[in-house]
Design a protein around this ligand. Structure first.
Ligand code: NAD
Length: 302
């Protein structure tokens, strides 16, 4: 078997048209929506992500502000920045890029966010709504995973509801911003969800668990973690990971995912590439959530 490629760039392009129409409708109503990102230090994945968001916001006409703080910035300083963005009427959505440096308690920073501007649903109030199945904002990466999955099922003529009910979804990675919300969205679709973190690997159980999955979502941040031996024949695999890989010959740094593409393609039915899979859809979804936050703030929409 050679896996179908789930093309995130094509999917993002189509989604962009929808979001551009939302942004244009807001402009017509006199509302200019704006996103602010906050980055502390220069993590590889965060730098890549911020660069993409800057470009996509420009393409869609979404206002964009980026605040960079040095890796040794004090927690109080980070919280002060968040509070100032909460109070800024030109900012509708705030993204605090992860990971934050170790001396910063990310929970404290996320609790400082105004929940109506918390477009990634990391504030406990919004995380609770998401876990209850009534999200205010569906966080962008988990939303992108299911958007791509839904699109793939549509493309092969499979009924989504029938597919999800009772299907086994394994999620590798259990972070608050990716792994857990992916698991919640799986629960909301009546899937059986296996949630694995690094202890599944340390106890030697990872392959045994992932091989049960009809859908395997990988978000661990470990290059090449998932190989063909982790994948059931015919599974759909979504690779969220973003990792730097240095070409030993040229010394150039490339982006790779958590999935080893050659061996997984030989087993899976479909696979998202890295780059060009989950990432581009994530970017556009964040703009969609920013437009949704602006719509709510302006008292527009239903
Ligand atoms: P994180 O570090 O917060 O969490 C990683 C999770 O993976 C943890 O639960 C950890 O226990 C688990 N894990 C680590 N090693 C493991 C192993 N060997 N086996 C099983 N589980 C393991 O990371 P995150 O923010 O959730 O991001 C995960 C990856 O996804 C990173 O590479 C990040 O850059 C990428 N990411 C991509 C996008 C995108 O749009 N494509 C968005 C967000 C994050």
């Amino acid at each position: 078997m050679t896996a179908d490629k789930i093309d995130g760039r094509a999917s993002a392009k189509a989604l962009k048209e929808i979001v551009a129409a939302d942004v244009a409708a807001l402009e017509n109503a006199g509302v200019h929506c704006g996103l602010a990102t906050v980055m502390v230090g220069s993590d590889y994945g965060s730098v890549e992500y911020e660069r993409r968001l800057r470009r996509v916001s420009g393409q869609l006409g979404v206002g964009y502000r980026h605040i960079f703080l040095a890796a040794n910035a004090a927690q109080d300083m980070v919280i002060r920045v968040v509070l100032s963005l909460n109070a800024d009427p030109s900012v509708d959505g705030i993204l605090v890029l992860r990971p934050l440096p170790e001396h910063i308690d990310e929970g404290e920073v996320f609790q400082a966010l105004d929940p109506v501007k918390d477009i990634e649903s990391v504030h406990p109030f919004n995380a609770g709504l998401l876990a209850l199945g009534t999200p205010r904002f569906v966080p962008s990466t988990p939303a992108a995973v299911f958007h791509l999955l839904d699109g793939y099922l549509d493309s092969v003529g499979e009924d989504r509801d029938a597919f999800y009910r009772g299907t086994t979804i394994a999620v590798v990675g259990r972070s608050n911003n990716v792994g857990k919300p992916v698991a919640s969205l799986g629960h909301n679709r009546q899937a059986v969800v296996l949630s694995c973190d690094e202890w599944a690997s340390r106890t030697g159980r990872l392959a045994e668990l992932t091989r049960r999955a009809d859908v395997l979502v990988v978000a661990a941040g470990v290059a090449g973690l998932i190989t063909g031996e982790h994948v059931k024949d015919g599974a759909i695999v979504l690779d969220v990971g973003i990792n730097p890989w240095t070409d030993p010959q040229s010394g150039e740094v490339h982006m790779v995912g958590d999935v080893e593409p050659a061996s997984v393609s030989a087993k899976a039915r479909a696979l998202t590439p890295v780059p060009g899979g989950v990432g581009p859809v994530t970017d556009v979804w964040l703009m969609r959530n920013t437009a949704a936050a602006a719509t709510m703030a302006a008292g527009l929409g239903s």
